[in-house]
Every structure is written in structure tokens, then in C-alpha cells.
Write a protein that binds this ligand. Structure first.
Ligand code: ATP
Ligand code: MG
Length: 568
């Protein structure tokens, strides 16, 4: 491709709208442009990268005997009501009516469509197992679209759905996808790690996320320093012991004027946070709930949501402290809270002598004990782990917490969808059984951003060889006819050998050409100048490590091949 013809609007400066490096570079390198919040157009350079990733996905999906199809983006509300997720997805789903006032949504994911498809087609155990996949645009009206394509409202996903007769089959299908995902990320040149994950709105039991470690990642992952334990903090646990409260005195109301937070209380009462209970007022599907964790811990809202099996959980608003809890913001506590369910973190099992809010402005209680002063519905794991805590698996290592970008997610769904939607097969005895399902997603466009987060420097992108938009860029320098002719010859020869080559034939200064080639991150740059030609060499630079070398013209085809060993 000739740069003079390429639609490649690069930018010199960082765009104000971008915070993270991948977003900045995708805009600067002319890979994409914003259409609206979280919605992008992919320009030729960006789309080439997307197509390369899609190709790698297809290869490994096909190799594991998954079959590609294409499902509708526009989906009827009926199937979502059958699966009981029409409300559960909430405002994340774009819903609308057609001209006949029938309800539709734009697919945020496709479990329903697949289950609907097979419930009419799959008859017998002989039709299974199956794994069906597609690569398609998903629409999710994210509350906070950000970081460019990392969290978009419209994004491309590779999604696959496995259908088995039993859990043994599901385990096999799941493992096949787990292995395929490792190969996909590896071939893309990404370092991704599999971590235990929460199953969220998908339901089901086992689940792993594939994470690319990066400071800009929105997820936190706990890794053990000793064994292979790795889990999203949304679900990670640790060997944190129960707290012993020694005090056994009667509960007593104390005056704490204007003292609302745990740290203010610590200072005012000279009592460590571990001796206090943090009471968090939340509203789960409209119902007021009080969650208790130790004063030194943080409530994990995902764990609480899972325990409550709630669709939507949010912090109570100031006015709701009075309306729903009959309490006051800053002074809420579990005593005398009529008709409010109280759940507590398991570390608080033996609590006595704790300090809690008194549901009255400027007052707290001390020496509080559960079971005596108030009832707790359940003690369960409700806290987020912190770095330095002991590993729950090996009990020897310590947990380290790192930021990561979720590029893939696999779930064992089980029979949740098939049962809700009536997708059965007939077993060997002619008895109807629900199909056992799994679902598997890769965020293709997010993966582009993650690859840049992992591969960049101050000059721009350093594409891993396998997903680079072009493999080689030729920079003819100066106006010598010999340079132009030789550059053209090299360009044609390399193309003929099957390489994807750019030639910067623009009438630009050398500095501009160098800068653009580094910005767009083409793995191999060949600079053709009159002086080096006289010596029978071209100057080459590999973008991966900015290493410069001279290659003899005669040896060019062999050397190029050698430099691209990583591409299979
Ligand atoms: P997140 O927790 O980041 O919101 P999710 O768990 O809701 O993602 P899944 O339903 O597991 O996402 O979707 C499969 C994959 O699709 C994710 O692993 C991620 O790579 C990608 N993905 C999900 N939401 C977005 C988004 N808003 N923008 C870009 N990619 C996304
Ligand atoms: Mg996910």
C-alpha cells in the first residue's frame, strides 16, 4: 500500500479526550475516530488489526471444532423474558419497539439467541456436542464508556456457545476453549493470564477470565506469591482470620458529634478500625439491606449481590437513610433496624464489643454484640481481599494485587438457560434432558487496546508481529531517482513474496516519515537512501526493540524471513 493513498489521519499531539496510552495511540495513529460516546469508526489501519485478530480467533476456534455462524443483533424481548434476563440486564441493554410496537433489544450477548435456535433444532443426544461461534458487534449501553474501545458501547466480540449432554461433556468443552484461548492470546503476542472469575449476570458455576496485566486495567487480580492461585478481586478470598472482640459489657450509647467515618471515629475514640463495624446501607432491587464488614475491610458489592441474588444493587442515597432505614447517613448501625435485613462478613462471626452507628445523629453504640443486641441473617464472605493476605489455596504464599484488562471470559453455564427456555434433547432412553451449556467470549476490539497497552514506547505503538496492520514499511529518503527506483523495486519484490508492505511515497520530510512509521508501529522499517544504496545495503530497524541494522540488498529476502520468525 502506498502511504500517499492510505486514509491515515495521524495526529501529532495527544487528543484531549484520551486518558490511557492505547486510546491516545489509536487516535494518533489514525486507527479509529469517535462517532459518539463509546462508539467508534475503525479506519483502514485499525480495521486491519481487527481482521488479523479475528483471523487468529477463527483459526483456533475452527481447530477446536467450533463452527462459525452469524446470529441477529436485533433480538425479540420474548427470548429474554423466557430466560428471565430482560429486567436483569437493566439499562445496559438498548431496548426499542418496531413499527408494530413489538419489543426488541440490541444484543449485548447471545446466550438467548443460541438457546432459542437449538431448542427447536437439537432433538437427540446424537446431535450433541456442538460448539457454535460468531464474531460480531455487541451493544451495551455502558454507564461509563471510557478508555476508547476498552469500554465501548458498541464493540466487536467473538462469542462461542457449547452444548453438551452432561457436565462431563461441558468440562471437556470448557477445557477445549480454555486451551484455545491460551493459544489465541499467545499467537496475538499478548501475555494473558487466566484467573478465577465471578459469573455475574451470566449465572453458572466455573468461570475464568483472561487478563492482560496493565496499569490502566479496570480489574484487580489477586495472585499468590507461592502457588498458581489467581482470582479477580471480585471473587478472591484469603485466609483472613475472624476478629476476636474481647469486650463483653452491655451495649452503651456514646456521643460522637459530627464523627461519621471510620477514620474519624478511630481518632476520636482512640480505638483501632478493627474494633469497629462498617455498616453499609444498600438498596438491592428496591429492598433496603444493611451489610456489615469490619472497620478495616471494604465491602465487596459483587459478593453481596451474589449472596442476595439481586439484579441491581446500589448504595443508598442520603434521603433513603431516613425513608427506607429509619436512620441517618453517617450514623447507621444494625440495632433496632426494623424490617431491614442485616448480613455480615464472616470475619465478624464472633463479634462482641464492637462500635456501630446508633441510627441517630451524633451517636454511636459501643460494646455491641450480634445475637444479643441485633440479629444477623447470615455471616458470609462479603469483603474484598487486600495485598499481603495469606493465599486461600496453599495457605503459604501472600496475595499480590495487580491491575488487569479482561480480554476474554469463559463460563460454565450449566442448564440455567436450557431449563428456563426449554432447550432439551432426548437421551438414550428417550427421556427429555436439558442441554448443558457453556459460553465463551473474547473482546476483539478491547484486545486491540490491550495489545497497545502492553506494547508501546514514547514514540508510539510496537505491534506484535502477528497482529501488525502491515509487516514492513519502506521509507525512501530524498528525491534521487535511484532511491525511488530501488525502493519501488524492493516494495514490489517484498509484496510478491507475500509480505504486507507499506511504502511511504509521500512528499514529506524524513523526520515526518520516521515519526509516523514509529507511531503506527510497523514491526520492520527499511530506510532507503542514496548513500546506503551505494554500499549495497538498506538500513533496517525492528520496532520491537528499536534495533538498527544494515541488511545487504542481496540478502534482503532471507533476512526479512528471519526477522519474522514469530509468525507461523
Ligand atoms: P466487563 O466486566 O469488563 O464489563 P463483562 O464481564 O461484562 O466485561 P463479558 O460479558 O464477559 O464482559 O464479555 C466478554 C468479553 O467482551 C469481555 O471479556 C471483554 O473482553 C469484552 N467486553 C465486554 N464489555 C465490553 C465493552 N464495553 N467494551 C469492549 N469490550 C467489552
Ligand atoms: Mg466478563
Amino acid at each position: 500500500m502506498r502511504m500517499s493513498k492510505l486514509y491515515l489521519p495521524t495526529l501529532k499531539e495527544d487528543p484531549a479526550e484520551a486518558d490511557v496510552v492505547s486510546h491516545k495511540l489509536m487516535l494518533r495513529a489514525g486507527m479509529m475516530r469517535k462517532h459518539s460516546s463509546g462508539i467508534y469508526s475503525y479506519l483502514p489501519l485499525g480495521y486491519r488489526v481487527i481482521k488479523k485478530i479475528e483471523k487468529i480467533c477463527r483459526k483456533h476456534m475452527d481447530n477446536s471444532e467450533a463452527q462459525e455462524l452469524l446470529l441477529p443483533i436485533m433480538q425479540t424481548s420474548k427470548i429474554w423474558k423466557d430466560s428471565k434476563r430482560w429486567d436483569k440486564f437493566g439499562p445496559l441493554m438498548i431496548k426499542f419497539n418496531d413499527r408494530k410496537a413489538r419489543e426488541y433489544c440490541l444484543g449485548p450477548t447471545h446466550e438467548e439467541v443460541v438457546t432459542d435456535l437449538v431448542r427447536d433444532e437439537v432433538r437427540s443426544y446424537k446431535d450433541l456436542p456442538l460448539n457454535l461461534y460468531q464474531i460480531q458487534t455487541k451493544v451495551r449501553d455502558e454507564i461509563r464508556p471510557r478508555f476508547g474501545v476498552m469500554r465501548g458501547r458498541e464493540f466487536i466480540m467473538k462469542d462461542a456457545y457449547s452444548l453438551d449432554i452432561d457436565y462431563e461433556g461441558l468440562d471437556k468443552s470448557y477445557q477445549a476453549m480454555y486451551d484455545a484461548y491460551e493459544r489465541i492470546f499467545d499467537e496475538c503476542g499478548l501475555e494473558a493470564v487466566a484467573v478465577e472469575a465471578d459469573t455475574g449476570a451470566m449465572g453458572g458455576k466455573d468461570s475464568h477470565e483472561f487478563m492482560v496485566l496493565a496499569d490502566s486495567g479496570e480489574d484487580e487480580i489477586a495472585f499468590c506469591s507461592h502457588c498458581d492461585y489467581a482470582a479477580n478481586v471480585e471473587r478472591a478470598t484469603s485466609k483472613k482470620t475472624e476478629i476476636d472482640f474481647e469486650v463483653e459489657a452491655e451495649a452503651e450509647k456514646i456521643h460522637t458529634p459530627g464523627i461519621k467515618t471510620i477514620s474519624e471515629l478511630e481518632e476520636y475514640l482512640e480505638v483501632p478500625a478493627a474494633k469497629m463495624m462498617k455498616a453499609v446501607a444498600v438498596v438491592a432491587d428496591g429492598e433496603p439491606i444493611l451489610a456489615l464488614v469490619s472497620g478495616e475491610d471494604e465491602l465487596n458489592e459483587i459478593k453481596l449481590t451474589n449472596y442476595l441474588q439481586a439484579n441491581e444493587l446500589r448504595a443508598a442515597e442520603d434521603k433513603e437513610f431516613g425513608e427506607l432505614f429509619n436512620s441517618v447517613a453517617g450514623f447507621i448501625g444494625p440495632l433496632d433496624l426494623d424490617e431491614v435485613r442485616v448480613v455480615a462478613d464472616q470475619r465478624l462471626k464472633n463479634m462482641s464489643g464492637a462500635i456501630v452507628g446508633a441510627n441517630e445523629k451524633d451517636y454511636h453504640f459501643k460494646n455491641v454484640k450480634s445475637g444479643r443486641d441485633f440479629e444477623v441473617e447470615a455471616f458470609t464472605d462479603l469483603r474484598s481481599v487486600r495485598g499481603g493476605e495469606r493465599c486461600p489455596k496453599c495457605d503459604q504464599g501472600k496475595l499480590n494485587i495487580k491491575d488487569g484488562i479482561e480480554v476474554g471470559h469463559i463460563f460454565k453455564l450449566g442448564t440455567k438457560y436450557s431449563e428456563n427456555m426449554g432447550a432439551n434433547y432426548l437421551d438414550e432412553n428417550g427421556k427429555a434432558q436439558p442441554i448443558v451449556m457453556g459460553s465463551y467470549g473474547i473482546g476483539i476490539t478491547r484486545l486491540v487496546a490491550a495489545a497497545i497497552e502492553q506494547n508501546n514506547d514514547q514514540y508510539g505503538i510496537k505491534w506484535p508481529q502477528a497482529i501488525a496492520p502491515y509487516q514492513i514499511i519502506i521509507l525512501p529518503l530524498g528525491n534521487d531517482d535511484s532511491v525511488q527506483e530501488k525502493s519501488e523495486e524492493i516494495y514490489q519484490n517484498l509484496k510478491a513474496e507475500g509480505w504486507e508492505v507499506l511504502i511511504d511515497d509521500r512528499k514529506e520530510r524524513a523526520g515526518v516519515k520516521f515519526n509516523d512509521s514509529e507511531l503506527i508501529g510497523v514491526p520492520l522499517r527499511l530506510t532507503i537512501g542514496s548513500r546506503s544504496l551505494e554500499n549495497g545495503v538498506v538500513e533496517a530497524m525492528t520496532r520491537e526493540n528499536n534495533e538498527k541494522m544494515e541488511i545487504e540488498l542481496d540478502n534482503l529476502p532471507a533476512k526479512v524471513k528471519e526477522l519474522f520468525t514469530k509468525i507461523s
